[in-house]
Design a protein around this ligand. Sequence first.
Ligand SMILES: C[S@@+](CC[C@H](N)C(=O)[O-])C[C@H]1O[C@@H](n2cnc3c(N)ncnc32)[C@H](O)[C@@H]1O
Length: 183
Amino acid sequence: MQKITEIAHQLLKEHLKAGGIAVDATCGNGFDTVFLANLVGPKGTVHAYDIQSIAIERTKRLAAELGLTNIEYHWESHENIALPKIDGVIFNLGYLPAGDKTITTEPDVVLRTVQKLLNHMDQNPNLLIVVVLYPGHEKGKKESLVLESFLSQLDSGYLVTKIVPLNQHNAPYILTIERKRPK
Ligand SMILES: C[S@@+](CC[C@H](N)C(=O)[O-])C[C@H]1O[C@@H](n2cnc3c(N)ncnc32)[C@H](O)[C@@H]1O
């Protein structure tokens, strides 16, 4: 079976084009960032956010090892995303693997950032948001409830999709949000 992050990557791979602009809202160890950087290529840009300097450093190191130079680093909360055009965003929620497990994404902060991106979607209709959630720990469970409760109320001009393993208890899963395309 594919890992849930591989499915998230596949969705972004189908959506993003060379020269595009992508955001890794939680760059952590950098695996999502370098995946996006390879997808958008040298003419594209990835904006990598994290509140932990160690995450920014790890991501920079990985990108340097791979010779990737199309990444802009933001040592700050993803709440501060302020970009005119974005084609794809990944939020890989939770704590930094091999890091401080007490520092995790916060449900209210993630919600505010998603709301900010949605408000931006009228001018930015190509945006695909992919969120990987981990309901197996307490904060992750709350994140799932907060986000799903908000997203399930969105008007039908948006398309919100949930990709969840049906027979695994509290397994990681994916939410995607995009503008519904005209028929
Ligand atoms: C599961 S890790 C991300 C994994 C990463 N994308 C990778 O490929 O290795 C979650 C990260 O979110 C970061 N984080 C928590 N709150 C944040 C916020 N408000 N803005 C940006 N990053 C945040 C944590 O510091 C942690 O590094």
